[in-house]
Design a protein around this ligand. Structure first.
Ligand SMILES: [Zn+2]
Ligand SMILES: [Zn+2]
Length: 133
């Protein structure tokens, strides 16, 4: 079984993930632009039991555009978010895919807020989810 390791910029906080993610997506929402400092976020979900977290983290909780509560865990030393939970998706741990620092990581197959929030110059081949605009 493949094992992948996500970690923060300074390496203090990590998440080791066994097997393949259950979902790989990008999100163009405004909160994801702020969280990442980028045009969109690129995230994966693993079953909680397949993820081993090591290191110290601080939490920040925000309310998503659809009303869910999202709690981000980030390194107190360097600020990188390494894992997060969404209360409407129990049993799953989300990991920002960039923290694997792996150019061969599988591509996204869902695109959230594809029509309403995507920067015009961003070309994504993943399936737009119309429910999320
Ligand atoms: Zn760090
Ligand atoms: Zn988002």
């Amino acid at each position: 079984m493949v094992t992948r390791r996500a970690e923060c910029s300074c390496g203090q906080l990590s998440a080791t993930c066994a097997g393949e993610p259950v979902r790989i997506s990008v999100c163009h929402c405004l909160d994801c632009k702020r969280r990442t400092g980028s045009a969109f976020s690129y995230n994966v979900r693993f079953a909680e039991a397949d993820v081993t977290i090591d290191g110290r983290a601080l939490q920040f909780t925000r309310t998503g555009e659809q009303g869910g509560q999202i709690t981000y865990s980030f390194c107190p030393d360097c600020g990188t978010t390494v894992h997060y939970r969404i209360d409407t998706q129990p049993g799953l741990t989300a990991i920002p895919a960039g923290t694997f620092a792996d150019p061969s990581f599988p591509p996204p197959f869902q695109s959230f807020y594809h029509r309403s929030r995507r920067c015009e110059w961003v070309e994504i081949t993943a399936k737009p989810l119309t429910k999320f605009g």
